[in-house]
Design a binder for this molecule. Sequence first.
Ligand code: PGA
Length: 254
Amino acid sequence: MKRKPMIAGNWKMHLTTSEARALAEGILKQTSDVNTGEIDILIAPPYTSLAAVSGTLASSPVLLAGQNMHWEESGAFTGEISPLMLKDVGCTHAIIGHSERRQYFNETNETVNKKLHAAFSHGLIPIMCVGESLEQREGRQTFSIIQEELEKGLDGLTSEQVQSMILAYEPIWAIGTGKTASPEQAEEVHKFIRGWLISRIGNESGRAVRILYGGSVKPDNIEGLMAKENIDGGLVGGASLKADSFSQIVKRSL
Ligand code: PGA
């Protein structure tokens, strides 16, 4: 089954508003010859730059995502951003459950689950991240950790919702470390996730879900990753902060 690839840039806590606008402009320029009927391009700037970048992207096919969100629509939650606010500023997607959120900000499978439900009730497409630490990999717990993240994270979602979301496998040991999982290591886990999806929502629907790989994706390793059957794109951190490298990753994914 042919799935449309996606390259998503996660800018994390980088760039001022003017820098963010300039990067978005650079990406638009350098990907202007890319047929977005064949590949989805998405960027996730920090909250403070969403409005500016949304303006820059207007009438372009490049998609906009929040890096996180709260599950409530509004309320006394100092420092949080709601799904309604992400929608309002022009986001179509939201990254949910990134390992940095889980590691540093007490994100759990339960809060991930609440956020996934909230994203769907506001018409946002979630990009849900799963992945194991080095310790868990070495302890041969990779599959059980991923399975638990999937089971608890996706609890109560309908088959239609699961089919329409995007998953990202991001081994924690490969994020920002320069140590990419080999295409074989990544594919092994992507295949496991695919199998889980098929058992959850059926063969055809499970095969339709896009699973991105994230963790030190660069222009020179994306082709090997994309050649694998169950790798449908990349969630890119460091290399998404330069228009050049991000655009090259997009072009080499086709
Ligand atoms: P990295 O980050 O590409 O800098 O490793 C990936 C991510 O955390 O999404």
